[in-house]
Design a protein around this ligand. Sequence first.
Ligand SMILES: [Zn+2]
Ligand SMILES: [Zn+2]
Length: 126
Amino acid sequence: MQRDTAQRRAICRVFEAAKRPLTVSEARASARRHARTLGIATAYRHINELVKDGWLTMVQIPGEPPHYERANLPHHHHFHCQKCQHVFDLAACSGARWLHQMLPPGFTMQSHEIILSGRCSTCSAA
Ligand SMILES: [Zn+2]
Ligand SMILES: [Zn+2]
C-alpha cells in the first residue's frame, strides 16, 4: 500500500511538471525516475483513478492512444505533431465568438473541439 502511494505520487509529480499532455507510457517512463518498479498496468490504474478523482483529464486525438493532462488547466486546444506524435498545448483559446459565426441559423453551440496538426518546431527543423 505504501509503495502504491509512492507510485501514485510519482505519477502526479510527472503530470505537474509536464509541459504537454502525456500518454500512459510516457508518464510511466518519467515516473520511473522516482518509482523504479512502476509497471505499465499500475500506471494505467493510477491514471484512471486520477481521472475519476477529477485530477487528470483525457485528451483524445483521433488515431492516437489517449493522452492525459491536469484537469485544472484553463480552456485551451492541442497541436498534434504528425512526425514525433507528441501532443502540445496551444495558447488560450479566444474562440467562442468567431466559432459562433460558423453556425447555421438557429443552431446553438455548447462546446467545441479544435485539434491542429502538422510538425512541431523540432520536427520542422530536422
Ligand atoms: Zn514533432
Ligand atoms: Zn476553444
